[in-house]
Write a protein that binds this ligand. Sequence first.
Ligand SMILES: Cc1cc2nc3c(=O)[nH]c(=O)nc-3n(C[C@H](O)[C@H](O)[C@H](O)COP(=O)(O)OP(=O)(O)OC[C@H]3O[C@@H](n4cnc5c(N)ncnc54)[C@H](O)[C@@H]3O)c2cc1C
Length: 393
Amino acid sequence: MGERFTVDVVVVGGGLAGLAMTTRLTAAGFSTVCVEAGPRPSAETAERDKRTTAVLMPGVETLRKAGAWDAIAADAQPMMGLRILDCGGKTPDIREDVLFEAAELGDGPFGWNVENGKGRLALADRIDALDKAELICQAKITHFMTRRDAIFVTLSNGASLRAKLLIAADGRNSFIRETANIGHRDWEFGQKIIACRVSHSQAHDGISTEMHHVGGPLTFAPLPGNSSGVVWMNPDAEADRLIDLDDDAFREELQDHSQNVLGQIETVQDRAVWTSAICVAKGLTAPRIALIAEAAHAFPPIGAQGFNTSLRDVETLAGLAEQADDPGSADILKRYARQRMPDILARTVGVDLLNRSVLSSVGFVRDIRRAGLGVLGRTAPAKQFAMRIGMGG
Ligand SMILES: Cc1cc2nc3c(=O)[nH]c(=O)nc-3n(C[C@H](O)[C@H](O)[C@H](O)COP(=O)(O)OP(=O)(O)OC[C@H]3O[C@@H](n4cnc5c(N)ncnc54)[C@H](O)[C@@H]3O)c2cc1C
């Protein structure tokens, strides 16, 4: 028998979302343990995760309340605009070009682009600095048992924990979601996501560029210096062909599809690949359990919705918990589900429709989408409304 600890909350999963949840709950006064199956985030693990994530301003506020924002911001790039280009004609030429500028909504940037690996490292360091938080790595939850006023959790390292609330932030194949018998729906698009880093000859000026090509979007998310994180979505066969190319040939393809929006693509580093899919849980809670982030909703990376939706889960749950003594009471969990589910379902439908319309090879669907983008770009109130919705408003 290992040791038994009593804490307020156990968070399962030390991805960006689980670590953010842990720091935010600790700032709200709860003793919180985060259990992560993988190694502790380090400079080495940071090098391995090639994803970058656009954290929009409402999410920045949550990380600020968690006391983690300054350390994350040190390596992040402010995003001053989002440029959407329609390239959905017979050739990859630009047919429509709309720039959404942060200045249209007020002072300051839309948000900041963060390298996932560096963000996780900053959050893990923050947890180490907090008395009431702990990160246990290379351990999994093997078993949990719910009682009326507590949940008992057993870890693979032999330790056991008693808590008032168990939060599942263990990703799209969530063990907690499955074991708690919370159903989910998932579907794929026959599409893969290639992510990599590039350097380029022209400055990005803090603008994120999303190019809607036939088959999927190609996004350049700005990073410090003349470099960007690339997310390129394509139907499976085309993605497989691109992945198999050597670095030079891949760089040339990227150059062609980028239409020189950032000048010459000079270097391409570290290609990685994901399957494009949606996964959405049918419920967000079970007794003493709450699902957040990709355990509750996973989207293809289009419109920067994934992690930002997760940060709204974090803020809602922490905000409700800090008004109560018992963060896992039935009342708190009911209010959490009621407040988050409509937003999650709306974002799921929005991302699904947007991805299908970009993926579509049907000419008139592409032409309608292009026309819609053009009207949006020329109608100031509609443009501002779309920006506020995208930001989570
Ligand atoms: C290419 C790409 C680009 C993206 N770009 C954006 C973007 O610009 N903006 C945006 O908002 N979102 C973006 N996203 C989504 C974003 O990256 C994720 O939402 C974000 O990383 C948070 O994921 P997570 O913490 O929920 O899950 P994960 O990162 O999957 O973390 C889950 C963690 O749980 C651990 N775990 C699993 N099972 C167990 C267990 N039983 N016990 C203990 N630990 C366990 C895993 O080891 C893992 O560390 C992108 C995604 C991709 C693939």
